[in-house]
Ligand binder design. Sequence first.
Ligand code: ADP
Ligand code: MG
Length: 317
Amino acid sequence: MIGEFDIIARYFTRNSGDQDVVIGVGDDAAVLKIDGLMAVTVDTLVAGVHFPDGMAAQHLGYRLMAVNLSDLAAMGAQPRWCTLALTLPSAEEAWLEGFSRGLFELAERYAVSLVGGDLTRGPLTATLQLMGRVEQGRALTRSGGNVGDDVYVTGTLGDSSAGIALITERVAAPGGSAVAALQERFYRPVPRVGAGLALRGLASAAIDISDGLLADLGHICEMSGCGAVVDVERVPLSAELLSLFPPQDALAHALGGGDDYELCFTAPPSQAEAIEAALETSGTLVRRVGQLVPGQSVMCRRDGELYAPAAHGYRHF
Ligand code: ADP
Ligand code: MG
């Protein structure tokens, strides 16, 4: 069986040509050249909790990188370097090959260098720490929203939540391309890195949607000291989601389902045109879905009437 150091050498050592990596994989610690401010995030994926047992290794590697990139996107940070802590029940080369392929697919797309990590034996768990650059005074935060700001989301919501329901067969899957598209949204979320960078200086607050729109917008509200109203008929739903689920269920996935990794952000109405222009340049669909209001709760409105949605965001504890 392949040994620890061969695994690291074969699957996790790649020269990215990054001049700012002074020492990468192989020494006791990495040494990085930084000039300015750094944003740091870490996320862990646990088998059976964050992904179904038996999920393809390639999807896991991709997803681990995607969820961390999404966190930096929500900060308006430029991703640069990462470290990887991997706990495996056994060293299967086919698994390692798939995992590293998925991970490096995104790492290379966003010019992220893997500079170190750790490898241990145990129940399957993967942790990635991602570091990126932020410009002085230009990081997007959860706390900058103000009453009267518009609330926006990127992309379409609910696809990933519906996708995982179809994968785990909590709902009967009819098969076909719409099913595949929703499952793809779960396995291969697209982090909104370009959009996050484009929103610097335009958005007042931002968060990525990992736990569901209402839950994550709730975090902006909490940190910004205000409430929000979401006009549910404005929430963007994909054609695939609407083709497979009754409108009520589609909306419940969009409002309460997690794992979309779209951005939710706020901005004063005066920025509306600049935001559309900036996100069009980065090729991102954007929709205004509501407004920050006085108070502290997130409310939903349909056809002007307050409305109580069915679902809630995911919570571990
Ligand atoms: P130490 O015992 O000093 O912590 P390790 O034996 O854990 O060192 O790791 C040896 C080198 O390989 C270190 O540079 C470490 O950062 C790197 N490394 C270990 N595991 C991984 C991994 N999964 N991905 C990338 N680099 C790794
Ligand atoms: Mg170590």
